[in-house]
Write a protein that binds this ligand. Structure first.
Ligand SMILES: NC(=O)c1ccc[n+]([C@@H]2O[C@H](COP(=O)([O-])OP(=O)(O)OC[C@H]3O[C@@H](n4cnc5c(N)ncnc54)[C@H](OP(=O)(O)O)[C@@H]3O)[C@@H](O)[C@H]2O)c1
Length: 241
């Protein structure tokens, strides 16, 4: 039997999950102002509102009182299991950190559960397997770390693509030409990275004394990226407050 799923918060991620579940689950979306009644008898109630809206959404869930078998799945950045449990009054919880990749069938998620039997944990794994690649973590804080790496990660990539595209325009290419050059390069690079180490791939492109080496001497990413990821991790922890 297909799992019954209620998605509370039908924005970017809620919709992406709804789409990924098409034909695989009986999905009821519930956006702001919609009834969340179907969550009571659902196998999975997915909470995909912004962390800033978590208090009101969890209060609605508490008012509804989820069924004993329902697993409350939160994909919210930062909001802890302790907070989710105390504000919802529910004690079967999975905290999952996916990313936007799931909207194109290429998502990755980390997850951890609370109050679930071994059987229920298997059910969560089976459910997540339908949507995206995933793995279980042992410490809840790892969910905040995953948020900083792969949850926010697509935006780091888009920002770099955007700046490279602007640099290409600065060299005189039209916006369309710049986008084509960047898009095709990044797509191919991602495919190449499937089967080789990053350092090895860099060596394949950058020959000694060449153009790439000249650019890489200027691109001082290491410290900046580390700082950026730490800032996202710190923010994920603050969001619980
Ligand atoms: N976007 C990402 O790439 C990403 C990746 C991983 C995890 N996440 C997490 O996923 C969650 C959702 O992010 P998002 O980007 O999808 O945000 P979003 O596009 O703003 O979607 C949130 C949706 O929740 C609705 N909503 C607000 N309060 C509600 C309530 N009380 N009951 C029902 N629906 C309510 C909003 O409706 P209105 O617009 O009408 O307010 C909106 O449609 C966040 O907690 C975020 O941390 C996001």
């Amino acid at each position: 039997m297909k799992p019954r799923v209620t998605i509370i918060g039908y924005g970017t991620m809620g919709r992406a999950i709804g789409k990924a579940l098409e034909g695989k689950a009986a999905v009821t979306p519930a956006d702001q102002g919609d009834s969340i009644a179907s969550a009571k008898a659902a196998d999975f109630a997915i909470l995909s509102v912004k962390p800033q809206n978590s208090t009101e959404a969890l209060a609605e869930i508490k008012k509804l009182k989820l069924g004993k078998k329902t697993i409350l799945v939160s994909i919210m950045a930062g909001v802890s299991i302790k907070k989710i449990s105390s504000l919802s009054g529910h004690d079967k919880i999975a905290r999952v950190m996916p990313n936007l990749g799931l909207s194109v069938g290429s998502g990755i998620a980390g997850w951890i559960t609370y109050g679930l039997s071994a059987e229920e944990k298997k059910k969560v794994k089976k459910f997540l397997d339908m949507i995206m690649e995933n793995f279980e973590v042992q410490k809840e804080d790892d969910i905040n770390k995953i948020t900083a790496v792969s949850g926010s990660g697509p935006a780091y990539f888009f920002r770099f693509a955007e700046t490279l595209s602007k640099a290409a325009e600065g060299l005189g290419f039209s916006p369309e030409e710049a986008r084509r050059l960047v898009q095709k390069t990044f797509h191919a690079s991602s495919l190449l990275a499937e089967n080789a180490e990053y350092a090895e791939l860099i060596k394949r492109v950058a020959s000694k004394g060449g153009t790439t080496e000249a650019a890489l001497k200027v691109l001082k990413f290491d410290k900046m990226t580390e700082k950026a990821v730490r800032a996202a991790y710190k923010r994920a922890k603050e969001l619980n407050e």
